[in-house]
Design a protein around this ligand. Sequence first.
Ligand code: ATP
Length: 350
Amino acid sequence: MSVSCLDWRKKNLVKKGDNTMDISTIESLQYDFRIIEAATNGFSESNRLGEGGFGPVYKGNLQNGQEIAVKRLSKDSGQGEIEFKNEVMLVAKLQHRNLVRFLGFSLEGTERLLIYEFMPNASLDQIIFDPTKCALLDWNTRNNIIKGVARGLLYLHEDSRLRIIHRDMKASNVLLDEEMNPKIADFGMARLFNIQDTHGSTSRVVGTYGYMPPEYMMHGQFSVKSDVFSFGVLVLEIITGQKNQCFKIDDRSEFLLSYAWRSWRHDTASDMIDPTLMVESSSLQEIMRNIHISLLCVQNNAVDRPTMAAVVLMLNSSSLTLQLPSEPAFSIRSSSIEISGSGSYNQRSS
Ligand SMILES: Nc1ncnc2c1ncn2[C@@H]1O[C@H](COP(=O)(O)OP(=O)(O)OP(=O)(O)O)[C@@H](O)[C@H]1O
C-alpha cells in the first residue's frame, strides 16, 4: 500500500473516544495483497505463528511499524467476492476490548487474507498448558482472563449489532496482550468462511473436541448456550492448568468434566486447582465459586445453562447465590466424529 493510500485509510477509520472506529467503506478495510505478502516475508515459515482449521496464521510488520497477524484462508473458503466483502464489513464492526481487533482483509484471485492486530503473548493454551510458562499466570491474572472472556462473549451474544455465536471458544482462541488481558480470536469465522447455518443447525459442524456440548456434537444444533458450555470447559482448564482432552489425575486419564463434577459433589474440588498456583486462602473461595459457575455452564441440558449475561453477573458479585448444577455432559460418544488434523471437527450431521 502506498503512503497516500495509508493516509486515505486513516481518514476512513475515524477513531472515537471509546476506542472504537467508524468503518465507512469496504475500501477502508482492504489491504493490497503485495503489501501483506511483503510484510510477512512472503508468508515465510519463520513468520508462521500457527495453523488452525481455516488456514495458517503469519506474523507481519507493516512499513509504518505496526505488527499484524495474517490469517491466510485455505483456498476452499467457498464464498463469492461480494458476499465475502459484506461479511467483512459486518465482522469489522464488532469491536470490544476483549475481542482481537480486526484490521481488514486482502483479496487476490482465490487468495483471501484476514488481518488482525498482533498479540505479543500469543494464545492462552501456549502459556497455561506449559509447565514453566504457566507460572506467569497467578490467580488474579487467571481470574481477569476468565472475566474478560466472559465479557467478550456477552458482547458477541447480546451487545453487538449482530448476534454472534462463536462456536469454537477454546484456549487457543484466547489471545493475550502485553498485560495478559484476554482477547477473543476467530469470532465471526462462520460468516467469513461461508458456513451456512442461520437457523441454528448446520450440516457442517465446526468445533473442537472436548469444548462442544452434546447437542452440537450429535445434532449440529448450536445456540448461545453452546458457547456457554465451551466457556465452562475453558474455566476448568484455566483453574486446573490442564487440557480437557488429556486431563490427568494421579497419573490416570479422566474426562475433565466428570472429574470436576465428582470432586465438587464430594467436596474435594480444591484438589483440582493447578498446584503451581500456590493459592492464598483469600482466593480459595473465589476459585471454588468459579468452579461452581463452570459446572453451571457445562450442564447437559442447554436450557439449564446460564446466559453469558448471568455468568458475568455471577462472576462479578460474590454475594449472588448460585443455583445447584445438574450433572454435566461428559458421556461423549466419539465414534461418529471425524477429527481433522488440527483437532477440529468436520462432521456431517445424521
Ligand atoms: N492476532 C494474533 N496475534 C498473535 N498470534 C496469533 C494471532 N492470531 C492467531 N495467532 C496464533 O496463531 C495460532 C493459530 O491460530 P488459529 O486461530 O488459526 O488456530 P487455532 O485457534 O489454533 O485453531 P482453530 O482454527 O481450530 O480455531 C494461534 O494459536 C496463535 O498462537
